[in-house]
Design a protein around this ligand. Structure first.
Ligand SMILES: [Zn+2]
Length: 213
């Protein structure tokens, strides 16, 4: 049964929050809730989706400032990130201020747990695989549904190329290695769902990325 994907740009930076729904069980995960959103809340309650996880492609503020809001709505949903993101998470207050964004009052200061490269996260009867792709940040990951050939790519790979590598913890060489890793896994066949902007074919996105690195 395919995963249904719903995109909600949120917050000042319009980072994409994705709701992935396993249609066979109505189980759902939220990826990168960048801000509180009644629109997402209403959508979930309308269809009575069961949110089991809140997953983060990385811990920049524009992808996580909605975690407090959604954890209060879905307290049993596990909030998970790669452990390399903890320093990025800790530095968020300062980082957000550089962009003129204030930390929300319900800011969550740590995740419920972490995942590792290659880990499979089950959503109902669907599987999401964690693929570690550092470069934008040290613990940036992509989430892949290998059956449906869907990849949620955060700020690593988007339709217009790659995310910035000049923020704290960024690393251009690691980004080059991550794009090569993604090229080999995704080949031409995936649809990518990036952290900003629209979805794209993986082949084209990788070709654009390779010109930038
Ligand atoms: Zn980012």
């Amino acid at each position: 049964m395919p995963l249904e994907i719903h995109k909600f740009p949120t917050g000042e930076m319009q980072a994409n929050c994705f709701l992935l729904v396993d249609l066979s069980t109505n189980s759902a995960v939220l990826v990168d809730p960048g801000d509180r959103s009644e629109k997402i809340q209403n959508f979930i309650s309308t269809y009575d989706f069961k949110v089991t996880h809140i997953l983060l492609t990385h811990a920049h503020f524009d992808h996580i400032f909605g975690c407090g809001f959604f954890k209060s709505l879905f307290p049993s949903a596990k909030l998970l990130v790669h452990p390399n993101e903890i320093p990025i998470w800790t530095a968020n207050n300062e980082f957000a201020l550089k962009f003129g964004v204030k930390t929300p009052e319900d800011y969550i200061t740590q995740p419920d747990g972490t995942f590792i490269d290659g880990e499979i996260i089950q959503i109902g009867q669907s599987n999401l695989e964690v693929v570690l792709t550092p470069g934008h940040t040290p613990g940036s990951v992509c989430f892949l549904d290998k059956e449906e050939k869907i990849a949620v790519t955060g700020d690593t790979l988007c339709g217009q190329g790659i995310g910035r590598t000049d923020f704290p913890g960024g690393n251009a060489q690691q980004m080059r290695d991550s794009i090569t890793k993604l090229k080999n896994i995704l080949e031409n066949e995936y649809v990518i769902y990036p952290g900003h902007g629209g979805s794209a074919r993986s082949g084209r996105a990788v070709r654009v990325a390779e010109k930038m690195i």
